[in-house]
Design a protein around this ligand. Structure first.
Ligand SMILES: Nc1ncnc2c1ncn2[C@@H]1O[C@H](COP(=O)(O)OP(=O)(O)OP(=O)(O)O)[C@@H](O)[C@H]1O
Length: 335
């Protein structure tokens, strides 16, 4: 079953274009000139129930605008959209009961109230029956280790503590779909790991669908099998994380420290019949990029060892961050 189904989803913003100088400002008062920005450009997106999908892109790519349409905050300019079977904007009241939202930079908790009071207000807002509320809150308190936090005012919580409470707040009404926007921003490594573990757990236990927007690609690596990549409002990649690195990782790299300094032309000469590209990366240190049909590491070594003594060997894989940077620098991977 599809949790999110978007076809040709588009959002245009109309912005005032100011004229230059005093004269221009005066004219602007009487005759406004507008310009249209297409933030999201006819995207098609289908997300199955139970999937965890990473939604990534550079600043200004259109991620937040998409999330705002998917959560009903913004009305699309064009296209068809069904989320959990609802039109998010038109059927907002019923729709919001089926989703949870966490924006890393914004709080849905009441700053001066104790966490427990904020939760009580949300219980009222969502009309959660007593029994269900208590059972679920107990469970969330346990897995998110919120026991000591419940009586504290939100303003006294650290960022990591607040984020755990935000997640609980978004999940109190047991939504089947969770939107997370930069959920681990500013958190230390341990807290990040706890939050990721928790998200995996709710995904497995309750089948919660998760759409995750983040600039922290280690979140994506830890949680998502599928990644949707956005650039200038259009989807430039939608597929598996493993396929992405296979397609764009550029193969493994071999790091070699040799006993002596060699010039690059000579080294390149040893491997001239295979597609290996040598780089000088430090004193007697070299990186060999295994491109093309990906010759094996042992093939490269067998050509080098008869000539040069090798001190250290390391095989490096491109990180997701390297891959994504490369895609944005070099262009669309599967166009
Ligand atoms: N309310 C608005 N009015 C006018 N233009 C907007 C509005 N919101 C977004 N935009 C423009 O739409 C484009 C996409 O913005 P959006 O915030 O969706 O990108 P993003 O991928 O979420 O970026 P970031 O990672 O920086 O949050 C940008 O050019 C932005 O300036």
């Amino acid at each position: 079953m599809l949790s999110i189904e978007a076809r040709g989803l588009t959002k245009d913003f109309k912005i005032v274009q100011s004229r230059e100088g005093m004269k221009g400002a005066f004219r602007d008062l009487f005759d406004r000139k507008y310009r249209t920005i297409r933030a999201v450009d006819e995207i098609d997106l289908g997300i199955q129930s139970g999937e965890i999908v990473g939604y990534i892109g550079e600043n200004g790519a259109g991620k937040s605008t998409t999330i705002k349409m998917l959560t009903g905050i913004l009305q699309p300019t064009a296209g068809e959209l069904k989320v959990n079977g609802f039109d998010p904007h038109r059927e907002r009241e019923q729709f919001v009961r089926t989703i949870g939202v966490v924006f890393g930079q914004r709080s849905q908790l009441w700053w001066d109230l104790a966490v427990r009071e904020s939760f009580r207000l949300l219980k009222k807002l969502y009309g959660i029956p007593d029994e269900k509320y208590h059972a679920h809150l107990d469970r969330l308190t346990e897995v998110l280790e919120m026991g000591p936090l419940l009586e504290q005012p939100v303003r006294k919580l650290s960022l990591g503590q607040r984020m755990r409470c935000e997640l609980a707040a978004a999940l109190l009404h047991q939504p089947s779909l969770l939107f997370l926007d930069e959920p681990t921003i500013g958190l230390d490594v341990l807290v990040k790991e706890n939050i990721r573990r928790f998200l995996k757990q709710i995904n497995q236990e309750y089948g919660t669908t998760i759409l995750l927007t983040t600039h922290d690609l280690s979140d994506i690596e830890a949680l998502c099998h599928r990644v949707v990549m956005l650039d200038k409002g259009t989807i430039i990649y939608d597929g598996g994380l493993t396929e992405l690195s296979r397609q764009w990782g550029g193969g493994p790299r071999l790091y070699l420290e040799l006993e002596e300094e060699w010039d690059l032309t000579t080294l390149q000469g040893f491997t001239k019949d295979i597609t290996a590209e040598w780089q000088h990366v430090g004193d007697r240190c070299y990186r060999v990029l295994l491109t093309g049909d990906n010759p094996s590491v042992s093939e490269v070594l067998s050509r080098v060892v008869p000539h040069a003594s090798v001190k250290e060997i390391r095989i490096e894989e491109a990180t997701t961050e390297d891959i994504v940077r490369r895609i944005y620098q070099e262009g669309v991977p599967n166009a």
